[in-house]
Design a protein around this ligand. Structure first.
Ligand code: PMT
Length: 405
């Protein structure tokens, strides 16, 4: 019987934690519930006691059964689930504060911690909240991202608590490990001009990182080769950090040797300065212009697609401002691709670079449009691309091993 400590924080979505408790008990879990002070403004101990058939914890200094209850609770749980997690709780946990029972339990545990944030869409997008969430990811918390939709305040967007059924799937699902391996490039490359300047682009890496996370979730081995970004990769990814297109090229060719699939989501610089000045280039009074000579970078995707031995299935991205479909299909031929994902730049729906959302079309090598994915979060888009590729790119015998993590 799995032992789950469900921690509920102050949010209008706290009522959904009652349903979560019921589903966990139904799934044969032993459940203990911890309520923060703010949670008690929204839900009562009594309801959780009835549904969990156990004791509810809410006081760091209660000392009823055991003098150091936070340590006991941390030791007892197989998994800790914080749902809903408010912006305030996320900030406190990011700082490692221990001013209440929840903060103490979290510091005292080495068990997996799932955290399901919920808040207003603008609060969720706030850079302070995002920085705190990234900090928690960095510390191996498993973030169950909020759903999009209508919110209690009337706003529409990301911030709704993930539905209890979906949370259950994440925390109780058997991890299926396959022997399949994908290599994904993500983010921009930077091409040095001199020791302090470079040429680069607006890629944030979000699309590539979302794909990596979606592949980890279905049990693939994932190597993420990333240009400089602010992002933290999903736990379970092998990450190789690079800066220039040349570095990305060498890392990819090394890692694809064992890959079934290669996805080039990075925005790789097509050209780099022919010379990287050894010293900072100085502004002069003699001329109003500076001429740079750029030379072509190697095409990483085309290099992988032209491998004669151990060639993985190759998927490219195209970001086009005009004649999008025509240029995208031409890339399939020119680079010898199996699939191409087209995201159009400057549609009415926005700009795929650095946004949290995207809308894409997937073409196969016969130029057939096999998926049309309207505007959605990059994570949702990634899930659908990954499901499609997982169904259609099975080269090796799939060996599955069920283990509960
Ligand atoms: O990172 P985000 O902010 O989330 O934004 C995502 C994205 C818009 C960067 C991404 O979805 C995307 O479209 N990436 C490709 C951008 C692009 O302009 O590609 P391209 O047309 O320059 O190149 C086509 C394909 O060849 C791409 O798969 C690219 O990774 C690859 N390529 C290009 C040049 C090169 N030297 N080597 C390559 O591998």
């Amino acid at each position: 019987m799995k032992k789950i400590l469900l921690c509920v924080t102050g949010s209008i979505a706290a009522y959904k934690a009652l349903e979560l408790t019921r589903l966990l008990v139904k799934a044969n879990c032993e459940v203990k519930v911890l309520l923060t002070e703010s949670a008690k403004a929204f839900v009562t101990r009594l309801s959780f006691e009835a549904l969990s058939q156990g004791k509810v914890y809410d006081d760091l200094f209660a000392y009823t059964d055991h003098p150091i209850e936070h340590i006991e609770l941390a030791r007892w749980a197989d998994q800790i689930v914080i749902a809903p997690a408010s912006a305030n709780t996320i900030a406190k946990l990011a700082l490692g504060l221990a001013d209440d029972l929840l903060g103490n339990v979290i510091l005292a545990t080495d068990k997996p911690i799932f955290i399901a944030p919920t808040m207003n869409v603008v609060m969720w997008q706030n850079t302070a909240v995002q920085a705190n969430v990234n900090q928690l990811k960095n510390r191996k918390f498993i973030v169950l991202p909020p759903d999009a939709g209508e919110q209690a305040c009337g706003d529409i967007g990301d911030g709704r608590l993930m539905e209890p059924q979906a949370i259950i799937k994440h925390i109780l699902k058997p991890k299926i490990k396959t022997d399949k391996h994908v290599v994904i490039t993500a983010g921009p490359t930077v091409e040095a001009l001199d020791p302090v300047r470079y040429l680069s682009n607006h890629s944030s890496g979000k699309m590539g990182y979302a794909l990596a996370e979606a592949f980890v979730d279905i049990g693939w081995g994932v190597t993420l080769i990333s240009g400089p970004t602010q992002l933290i990769a999903s736990q379970g990814c092998d990450v190789v950090q690079v800066r220039s297109a040349n570095e990305m090229h060498d890392a990819v060719l090394e890692k694809v040797k064992t890959a079934d699939l290669f996805i080039a989501a990075a925005a790789v610089a097509d050209y780099r300065p022919q010379i990287c000045a050894v010293e900072k280039i100085k502004k002069t009074d003699e001329s109003d212009a500076l001429t740079l000579k750029l030379i072509k970078n190697k095409d990483i995707l085309a290099s992988v697609a032209s491998l004669t031995k151990n060639r993985p299935c190759c998927v490219g991205f195209a970001a086009e401002t005009h004649n999008a479909r025509e240029y995208a299909l031409a890339k399939i031929e020119r680079k010898n691709l199996d699939f191409l994902i087209l995201n159009q730049v400057n549609t009415d729906n926005g700009f795929p670079f650095y946004s949290d959302h995207n809308e894409v079309q997937l073409f196969n090598k016969h130029h057939q449009q096999v998926l049309v994915l309207p505007l959605a979060s990059k994570r949702d888009i990634a899930n659908q691309i990954v499901n499609y590729l997982n169904e259609n790119v099975i080269k090796k015998e799939v060996q599955t091993e069920l283990n509960y993590e």
